[in-house]
Design a protein around this ligand. Structure first.
Ligand code: ZN
Length: 280
């Protein structure tokens, strides 16, 4: 989003409303958020009643953006600050809103992102890296596999493509291979390190290449630096949030996955689209 276009959008509530309400149309038409019917009675400039199910709604009813008490200008400002990766505290200062109001709205952004997260329907293929990492916990030392109090995360990265990260209960072969089979197309080349849980990949229809961490700089294409790059990128960003609760961690993780996968795209526009979706 060009900065001057953004300034125009937030110059008035009418402009901001127009931008967001347009994203709620389907093929250019309003429709009932309950039954999808397009035949509606106009009650006022914003309110409509469905001719079929009689539901009365406004432009943002049933959508992520209707939750909370933000105006359209405030939502757009929030999306901009989210794009710029400000902390909730800094956002609330900039927007002159309470911490809690901003926190709740940012959680809506995260939930809308989660609803769009890539899932097993989009199989990854080509050259794939698999790796696990541990997040959280205050204690240093005892790092790596089996670190107590830390959350194991499994990552699947398509070289020159997407990353998919999932909180896992453990890093057994059953868990890791199970997720791989659901996500990665058979026949793909799969790179891992020498962790035993990956040993049976070759029996699941993959070409499995293992890297030796001691020799990783000499083994040519056999590396998992893409995923290792993601881990350090993600951990650096999490520091800013000063400790994320275990319950909230999966949501933050999906935000990071989204940011990484859209790092060359217009996050402002994409998040605005997501927020105008109907809440599933
Ligand atoms: Zn209806």
């Amino acid at each position: 989003m060009e900065l001057n276009l953004y300034y125009k959008l937030v110059s008035s509530e009418a402009e901001a409303h127009k931008y967001l309400s347009k994203k709620c149309l389907k093929n250019g038409h309003r429709f009932c958020p309950r039954c999808n019917n397009r035949k509606l009675y106009k009650l006022s400039s914003e309110r409509r009643r469905c001719s079929k199910c009689k539901y009365t709604f406004h432009d943002f009813s049933g959508r992520w953006i209707s939750h909370g008490r933000l105006s359209c200008v405030q939502w757009l400002s929030l999306i901009k600050l989210f794009e710029l990766e400000l902390s909730v505290r800094k956002m609330s200062e900039q927007m002159n809103l309470s911490y809690n109001t901003v926190y709740q709205a940012v959680q809506k952004i995260r939930l809308a992102i989660l609803a769009h997260a890539p899932d097993a329907e989009e199989l990854l293929d080509g050259e794939i890296e698999l790796d696990e990492s541990y997040f959280g916990g205050h204690r240093k030392g005892n790092r790596g596999r089996g670190a107590a109090g830390k959350v194991p995360v499994f990552g699947i990265l398509e070289r020159n493509g997407k990353v998919m990260v999932t909180v896992v209960p453990n890093v057994t072969a059953e868990t890791l291979i199970g997720l791989t089979v659901k996500t990665v197309r058979r026949g793909s080349i799969v790179y891992t390190d020498k962790f035993r849980s990956y040993d049976s990949l070759m029996f699941c229809g993959y070409r499995h290449l293992k890297i030796d961490h001691n020799k990783r700089f000499t083994s040519g294409k056999v590396y998992i630096n893409g995923l290792e790059g993601f881990w350090s990128w993600a951990k650096e960003r999490l520091i800013k949030h000063h400790g994320v609760s275990k319950e909230n961690f999966p949501l933050y993780l999906k935000e990071l996955e989204f940011r990484y996968n859209h790092r060359h795209m217009d996050i402002f526009n994409i998040v605005s689209d997501y927020l105008c979706d109907l809440v599933p």
